[in-house]
Unconditional design. Structure first.
Ligand code: ZN
Length: 271
């Protein structure tokens, strides 16, 4: 019924209703405990989010699972979006210099923030799936066969995508290929540090089975400690970014409501 009503309302009215709703939610959750670095609002708590699945708990998959303070009540950034944003803000030139940026399957909160940056050429793309609507700014792309030339981007942002792709080594090589020398890729994935080697099995194809084995119906693996080696095999120099190494942030305070166990995988295409 609710969906039917939304279908007959004009788009701008829906957007206005949503804006009011988010503004009200922002007020309701207002407080000084957390600050969302993406939208700059302050909250007493964030909203819970994530899947409460056995395999995620057993393998301690970082970046998955139910988190109590995960979603920003206003811009709806998740803890992993805020980690990426923190990195972009303090460790890249994305908010000041002319950069060519490819954002793969952009997260809505980051997309809404980055598309306003006039200094960057911001290209977004995802693999279209039947039955879904995509904004006209988001191109249809296949990460294993990108239609961009070599050295076309200064930065590729590709988070929580590789675990969906069967031939992930081809996808990593494609990201490496379209990056300019000296370019950087942010390559966040759900990862289990309990696994020395990545767990994957191409014979597991059913939604229920994938959920049971990999923690989500459309994941094809759980990355383990060898994720870094896989990126290196594609040509990247890999660094792990820990936001709490920055002096202003402390694990105890955790002002941005980050996942304290999560580090960001950054791949460089060296000169
Ligand atoms: Zn926010």
């Amino acid at each position: 019924m609710k969906r039917k009503l939304l279908n007959i309302l004009p788009g701008n009215l829906i957007r206005r209703i949503k804006r009011y709703y988010l503004a009200l939610r922002c007020l309701f959750y207002y407080g000084n405990r957390y600050k969302c670095p993406v939208c700059n609002h302050n909250f007493r708590k964030m909203l819970p989010g994530g899947f409460d699945l056995e395999v995620i708990k057993e393998k301690e998959i970082i970046g998955s699972g139910l988190r109590e303070n995960n979603i920003c009540p206003y811009c709806q950034s998740t803890d992993r979006d805020r980690l990426v944003f923190e990195y972009l803000k303090y460790h890249t030139d994305i908010f000041g210099h002319k950069l060519r940026v490819l954002h793969v399957s952009p997260e809505p909160a980051l997309y809404n923030r980055l598309r306003k940056q006039k200094n960057i050429l911001y290209v977004t793309g995802t693999k279209y799936a039947e039955g879904y609507y995509y904004h006209k700014n988001i191109e249809s792309i296949d990460l294993t066969q990108l239609h961009y030339g070599n050295d076309e981007f200064d930065m590729v942002i590709c988070n929580h995508v590789l675990e969906h792709i069967t031939d992930d080594s081809k996808a990593m090589s494609e990201i490496f290929r379209v990056l300019v020398k000296g370019g950087v890729a942010i390559l966040q994935v759900p990862i289990s540090l309990k696994l020395d080697t990545t767990y994957e099995d191409n014979s597991i194809t059913g939604h229920k089975d994938r959920e049971k084995h990999f923690g989500q119906f459309d994941h094809v693996r759980i990355y383990g400690k060898d994720y870094k080696n896989r990126l290196e095999d594609a040509g990247f120099k890999v660094l792990l970014y820990d936001p709490f190494e920055r002096q202003e942030l402390s694990v105890n305070e955790n002002k941005y409501a980050l996942n304290v166990n999560e580090k960001l995988y950054i791949g460089y295409k060296m000169k």
